[in-house]
Structures are given as C-alpha cells and as structure tokens.
Design a protein around this ligand. Structure first.
Ligand SMILES: O=C(CO)COP(=O)(O)O
Length: 125
C-alpha cells in the first residue's frame, strides 16, 4: 500500500487543506500519516483518515523521519513556512536530510507537492 506523509507549518495549513481537497479522490486510496496538528486539521476538514504522530515541535517530524529510515514511506509533502523561524529547526533539518539519504520523494511547496502527487497517481494508472 502506498503511504505518504503530510506535514505543514501553521502558516501553510490552509494550503495543505486546499491541496488535500484537490487530490482527495487519490488520497482516499492510500495510507496517510501526518504530524499531530496537521493530521487533525486534515481529518476535521476533509474527513480523510490520517495516522497522527506527535506534533512537529514535540517530535512528530522525527517520528516521520524514523519511518523513512525504515523505508515505510513513499513520499513526503512538507509545506514549510520559509518566513518564520521554528523552535524545532534541528528536527526539520533531520527530516529533510533523511529524505535525501533514502531518496524519498519530498515536496516542500504547493507546486512541487502537485508534481509529487501527480507522479504517484500515475503509478496507479
Ligand atoms: O511543526 C510541524 C512540522 O515541522 C508541523 O507540526 P503540526 O502538524 O503538529 O503543527
């Protein structure tokens, strides 16, 4: 089963909800995991089931990183806020790094997330 992570910083949460609505049909056929607040918001607003890790600042990014290290994830959509300093910046860097280490597809903006999800959808055709 295809499994992807959905994560967004607070300023980007409206954007990830909008993205999930856009790809709702496709996303309803795969396993979704997310950091705590992002996962909660997605489920509340779209009804999609999201396995929730801890909130990002409390270790959620690292928990998703651990799944990547175990090759459990096929992709990561991580809509970062590039204009606000985050208290857990080291955790964010660790997640980005482990995606690179395992060549796990990673999108950090809306347009690159659309490329990633379009690419995944093509695998189902
Ligand atoms: O901080 C985050 C990613 O670094 C996101 O965490 P939340 O989804 O819990 O807001």
């Amino acid at each position: 089963m295809t499994r992807i992570a959905l994560i967004a910083h607070d300023e980007e949460k409206p954007e990830i909800i909008d993205l999930v609505y856009e790809y709702q049909e496709m996303l309803s056929t795969i396993d979704l995991v997310g950091t705590g607040t992002t996962g909660k918001r997605i489920t509340e607003e779209t009804g999609l089931e999201v396995e929730r890790k801890k909130s990002g600042p409390l270790g959620g990014d690292l928990m998703i990183g651990a799944e990547i290290a175990e090759n459990s994830l096929d992709g990561v959509v991580f809509l970062r806020d590039p204009l606000t300093a985050q208290p857990h910046e080291p955790d964010i860097s660790a997640l980005l790094r482990i995606c690179d280490v395992h060549d796990t597809p990673l999108a950090t903006t809306r347009s690159s997330a659309e490329f990633l999800l379009d690419g995944l959808a093509r695998q189902f055709d």
